[in-house]
Design a binder for this molecule. Structure first.
Ligand code: THU
Length: 138
């Protein structure tokens, strides 16, 4: 059961689908959009941004997180992720680790083109995670 209302979920889905439009993905041609909701209801959108040096690409999820954190937001409830294929896109391992830094209870919505979605909790996607609490002094 989600912490979000149906309207809030639908809004997050819309914003993740919209975020795909700014994807810079000339190499993979795989456009990804994300929408990240903070605890106080602000939404940050993100898209994947690729690079001629392929390893320099950043995923849509991390773009959204970096935008939010750099604006002073660190507490999040949910992220929706969508691509432009008929599939439920699942965050890559690097993004899972990156998102875990800010809370393992994050809700993740894998959004299909037709707005149907699957839902998961980050902790279930990254079991036995290494996080901030594993470092001395945290
Ligand atoms: N990508 C994302 O933006 N998010 C994901 O969850 C999976 C992959 C991007 C990275 C790259 O630009 C393209 O999709 C193909 O891997």
């Amino acid at each position: 059961m989600s912490a979000l209302s149906n309207d809030q979920i639908e809004d997050l889905i819309s914003q993740s689908l919209e975020a795909r439009n700014n994807s810079y993905s000339p190499y993979s041609k795989f456009r990804v959009g994300a929408a990240l909701r903070t605890v106080d209801g602000k939404i940050f959108q993100g898209c994947n941004v690729e690079n001629a040096s392929y390893g320099g690409a950043i995923c849509a999820e991390r773009t959204a997180f970096v935008k939010a954190v750099s604006e002073g937001y660190r507490r999040f409830v949910a992220i929706a992720v969508s691509c432009d294929m008929n599939q439920f896109i699942s965050p890559c391992g690097i993004c899972r680790q990156f998102m875990n830094e800010f809370g393992k209870n994050l809700e993740i919505f894998f959004v299909n083109d037709d707005r149907t979605y699957k839902r998961a909790i980050l902790a279930d996607l990254l079991p036995y995670a290494f996080g901030p609490e594993d470092l001395p002094g945290n």
